[in-house]
Design a protein around this ligand. Structure first.
Ligand code: DC
Length: 226
């Protein structure tokens, strides 16, 4: 019988979690789940429905009715809201804000965690997010807290935005990252913390290749192989 493995990668916005997790999933032949995309889809649903994203009760009232599906097309994750693909629509600053706000609502988290556990069941899986090692996969084979300085994360985000043709000033991106860090670490429901048993990897001075190599080495140490 093949024993399944799971890798939990948590950390602040812009630490490179999704790029590292995707590369790791490809090398280890595992499923990758970007849980942030699910909170983003929920946030987008609230914006579209005209719900005040800072009104906890109003957001909580929708926790069980928003229909979110995750599909895999050509090895890439697609996220659907009420059957419509919103993979690209969730990558805007407004949706980042909305996702951060609605992710503080316990009822939304309960629903998302249940969905994520259901998607992962029976698979070798690598998930990234904020509460994977603490709530979604508390028994993960390997837990990593991937981080980098706020300035370095802002620089990386600026580069991405520039490449997308939507450049923004570094000071603004840094301020947004710091505000989101604060909210994600200070909320009452599953705040971002270093999960018990997690290994912290600071990628401030690492490029993508070095970050992936560092995590592949940790995976091998944990007995995880393709
Ligand atoms: O990783 P991301 O930037 O796409 O996540 C968007 C927001 O969703 C982020 O501000 C925090 C929230 N989130 C969360 O609370 N728990 C997760 N497992 C993933 C994301």
């Amino acid at each position: 019988m093949n024993k399944t493995f799971s890798i939990a990668i948590d950390g602040p916005a812009g630490a490179g979690k999704s790029s590292v997790a995707k590369a790791l999933a490809a090398q280890l032949g595992a499923m990758y789940l970007d849980t942030g995309a699910m909170y983003r889809a929920f946030g987008l649903a609230m914006l579209r429905a005209g719900v005040d994203i800072h009104d906890h009760d109003a957001v909580a009232a929708h926790a069980d009715s928003v229909v979110i599906d995750v599909d895999y097309v050509d090895g890439g994750q697609r996220i659907c809201l009420a059957g419509k693909d919103v993979t690209d629509a969730i990558r805007t600053p407004q949706v980042s804000e909305a996702a951060s706000a609605i992710s503080a609502v316990a009822e939304v988290r309960r629903r998302m965690v249940a969905l994520q556990q259901q998607i992962a069941r029976g698979h070798n899986v690598i998930m990234d997010g904020r509460d994977i090692g603490t709530a979604v996969l508390p028994d993960a084979t390997l837990k990593v807290y991937l981080t980098a300085s706020a300035l370095e994360r802002a620089r990386r985000r600026c580069l991405e935005l520039e490449q997308k043709g939507t450049p923004q000033p570094l000071e603004q991106v840094l301020a947004e990252i710091e505000a989101r860090d604060y909210r994600d670490t200070h909320r009452e429901a599953s705040p971002l913390v270093v999960a018990p048993g997690a290994v912290t990897v600071d990628t401030s001075d690492m490029d993508m290749e070095q970050s992936v190599a560092a995590l592949m080495a940790l995976a091998a140490d944990a007995g995880i192989h393709r």
